[in-house]
Design a protein around this ligand. Structure first.
Ligand SMILES: Nc1ncnc2c1ncn2[C@@H]1O[C@H](COP(=O)(O)OP(=O)(O)OP(=O)(O)O)[C@@H](O)[C@H]1O
Ligand SMILES: [Mg+2]
Length: 258
């Protein structure tokens, strides 16, 4: 089992979109996949069409008390531990509990025979739930938009990584993923060139194509279901193959027909 956490404290960089669509693509290719939604915004949960979540279905008791994980929800061929806004209360509870940041890693270890890949979606912060997700990972996957906002986040990311490595010296970034790339904008092209010099390993960029992503989110469907064969779907297949290779997952991702 490989555990990958989509991590960046900057908001709106495609963490949840990639968790959903890379997870779906791995599951469609035959991997046993678990997704964990650690964000009280619950975008990942919503965008898979899962509603009516209660706190006991979330990681709340695992995070705050070290309990076993709750039974996942089955959706679109994968398993999901969903989120709900009530998960926000875990932040305060965790602060008083020694070792709480390792609870998710410990709980997932008990499920290592059940899944090939676990993908964790983290909130846009450096708070308790983000630390919980980062320390549960074998590898981090870090989406970085090809914008000033992406560049601005890099110093904070490096600082957070240095702190987390004190507790988990083996924690690495398997792949940085340039996102929301618009090749028509010179600003984006310059930012991509800068990222190529700064971040290793760096995936090929994911194009800024808002409409399909937003519509698939509204439909509660991965783009592989909502718009198979679309340019967005081709981006998803390509980045999934790159992530799988970087993380050492034993899976073959077929390209979509051109
Ligand atoms: N390739 C894309 N092109 C344009 N827009 C996209 C693309 N992928 C995702 N989006 C949209 O960009 C927004 C931000 O994406 P997303 O919510 O996945 O980022 P996030 O990092 O999880 O955000 P947050 O930090 O708030 O959790 C969403 O509205 C999503 O639908
Ligand atoms: Mg998100």
């Amino acid at each position: 089992m490989r555990t990958l956490t989509l991590f960046n404290h900057a908001g709106g960089v495609m963490k949840s979109s990639l968790t959903r669509d890379v997870g779906y693509t791995l599951a469609a290719a035959g991997q046993r996949v678990l997704l964990v939604d650690l964000d009280p915004q619950a975008n990942l949960t919503d965008w898979l069409g899962v509603t009516g979540v209660t706190r006991d279905q979330t990681v709340y008791d695992t995070a705050t008390r070290g309990d076993a994980l709750p039974s996942p929800v089955h959706v679109h061929g994968l398993d999901l531990i969903p989120s709900d806004v009530s998960l926000a209360l875990a932040e305060g509870q965790m602060m008083g509990v020694v070792g709480a940041h390792l609870h998710l890693r410990q709980a997932l270890a008990a499920w290592s025979d059940r899944y090939d890949a676990v993908l964790i979606d983290s909130p846009p912060s450096l708070g308790q739930l983000s630390i919980l997700g980062a320390l549960a990972a074998d590898h981090l996957i870090v989406p970085v938009p090809t914008r000033q906002k992406g560049m601005n986040a890099l110093a904070g990311l490096a600082e957070a990584m240095a702190t987390y490595r004190k507790l988990r010296p083996d924690l690495t970034v398997a792949l940085y993923v340039p996102t929301l790339f618009d090749a028509r904008r010179s600003h984006d092209r310059e930012a991509l060139t800068a990222l190529r010099g700064l971040l290793h390993p760096l995936a090929s960029p994911i194009a800024d194509r808002g409409a399909v992503w937003n519509d698939s989110a509204s439909a509660g469907q991965p783009v592989g279901v909502y718009a198979p064969g679309s340019p967005v779907h081709r981006d998803v297949l390509r980045v999934t193959a790159e992530i799988a290779q970087a993380a050492g997952l034993n899976v073959q991702i077929e390209e979509a027909p051109a």
